[in-house]
Design a protein around this ligand. Structure first.
Ligand SMILES: Nc1nc2c([nH]c(=O)n2[C@@H]2O[C@H](COP(=O)(O)OP(=O)(O)OP(=O)(O)O)[C@@H](O)[C@H]2O)c(=O)[nH]1
Ligand SMILES: [Mg+2]
Length: 129
């Protein structure tokens, strides 16, 4: 079974809105909303992967981030370890650089069902804040 390590950014502005993006229809968990991020490559730390992925996917330079939650999830075809970082300072303005839809959503308005099942606990934690 595939084992993936994923670094993910919960990009939160001073109005406590979070920037989320929508996964492509043909991707794993297609059409679900996600926190931008991706695979930690060989020789990369989770933080390095986070900074790289946020630059590639949403065009920001993350400058302050802290690990918020680490979760494991088994999908039928893969096991993922997700490193969720809360990102609260960056340069630039996030946008769907790879053509994906993106939007700012108030933290309390996040919807559990809109995200992959691996995200349930992190969304619950954000909603409980
Ligand atoms: N980015 C991201 N991936 C997530 C989240 N939740 C979740 O289950 N995943 C899963 O984690 C894996 C992340 O892969 P990805 O597709 O973002 O990886 P990537 O950016 O490196 O893309 P690539 O496959 O095109 O190289 C996928 O299996 C995806 O379904 C999330 O909130 N954000
Ligand atoms: Mg990705």
């Amino acid at each position: 079974m595939k084992q993936l390590n994923i670094a993910v950014g919960i990009i939160r502005n001073t109005e406590r809105q979070i920037f989320i993006t929508r996964r492509a229809s043909d991707a794993h968990m297609g059409d679900k909303w996600e926190f931008p991020g991706g695979k930690i490559e060989q020789g990369e730390s989770p933080e390095q992967a986070l900074v790289r992925e946020l630059s590639e996917e949403v065009g920001i330079e993350a400058s302050r981030y802290a690990l918020y939650r680490k979760l494991e999830h088994s999908f039928p075809d893969r096991h993922v370890t997700l490193w969720f970082y809360l990102v609260d300072a960056w340069q630039g303005e996030p946008w769907g650089k790879e053509g994906q839809p993106g939007e700012w959503i108030p933290q309390h308005a996040l919807k559990i069902d809109a995200f992959p099942p691996a995200n349930v606990q992190v969304i619950e934690q954000l909603l409980a804040e």
